[in-house]
Design a protein around this ligand. Structure first.
Ligand code: 9D3
Length: 251
């Protein structure tokens, strides 16, 4: 998969291609990362990429031409079918479904804004869709773009190690994760739940599923409303809720 990023801060985006799981994927050639700086497409010797907003007001607006030309230059190096996505607070909220759709593409071009935003005409000229990463404000599109690139990259076959991947993930798909423990068995008076030491894999599986369902019910009930529960899941959740009500409080 080819990922292109248009950004005025190429150093921020470069970490994606050099660190961790995504760095390995780039090294292995499963992911190609290509970065283009609109500054290289400025029309003047000062490298001007922004200007004051028509109609007045604070801040600066990214000019069309350097952004458009950077996108066009990058598109020439990406597959023809690549999708061009503007990272924007006005975009549709990014989620795992969108990550799956992007992961099916041969190429994804992520455009990062800065300052107050981009000239609206850029959207008509060069952008297929706008994506937001959540209802909070960050300083520019770079961190959102890396977040999208990472979510997409780990869905590309071979990017995650063989031990992880689809099976384990889809087991609790649409649910929050269960709690995890590692050695020692007791720390600061806190013990590991005995079932995890029992060696009974079926009991462990049911406990984990129940915890995942219970946590989701507690913390993100809206996720349960958009997910059908199998019979086993429903009865485990019923157990969790019954126990929660009899215990009342905690967590
Ligand atoms: C005063 C209005 N603000 C819009 C909500 C101005 C503004 C804030 C932050 C304009 C641009 C930005 C920079 N943010 C992004 O480019 C961005 C973003 C975000 O701030 N939150 C969530 N997702 C994203 S994707 C790109």
């Amino acid at each position: 998969m080819h990922i292109g990023i248009v950004t005025l801060f190429p150093e921020i985006a470069a970490s994606f291609g050099s660190l961790g799981v995504t760095g390995r994927a780039v090294e292995d050639g499963r992911i190609t990362l290509d970065i283009e700086n609109p500054r290289s497409h400025a029309g003047d010797a000062h490298g001007t990429v922004d200007d004051r907003p028509y109609g007045g007001g604070p801040g600066m607006v990214l000019k069309v031409e350097p952004m458009r030309d950077a996108i066009e230059a990058l598109r020439k190096r990406l597959p023809d079918a690549s999708r061009t996505v503007l990272m924007s607070p006005q975009g549709r909220p990014f989620d795992q479904d969108r990550a799956r759709q992007f992961a099916e593409l041969d190429g994804l071009l992520l455009v990062c804004g800065r300052y107050e935003g981009v000239d609206e005409r850029l959207l008509e000229l060069a952008i297929d869709e706008e994506v937001s990463v959540g209802d909070f404000v960050v300083s520019g599109g770079e961190l959102p773009a890396l977040l999208v690139a990472d979510a997409v990259a780990r869905l590309v076959p071979g990017v995650l190690g063989a031990e992880k991947s689809a099976e384990q993930d889809s087991f609790v798909e649409g649910l929050l994760d269960c709690p995890h423990y590692t050695r020692p068995e007791e720390v600061s008076g806190l013990k590991v739940p005995p079932v995890l030491l029992s060696g009974d894999h079926e009991k462990v599986r049911r406990w984990r599923l129940k915890q995942a369902l219970g946590r989701t019910w507690r913390r993100r009930p809206e996720l349960l409303r958009s997910r059908r529960l199998r019979d086993e899941e429903q009865s485990l959740l019923d157990e969790f809720i019954a126990e929660a009500k009899s215990l009342n409080g905690r967590k």
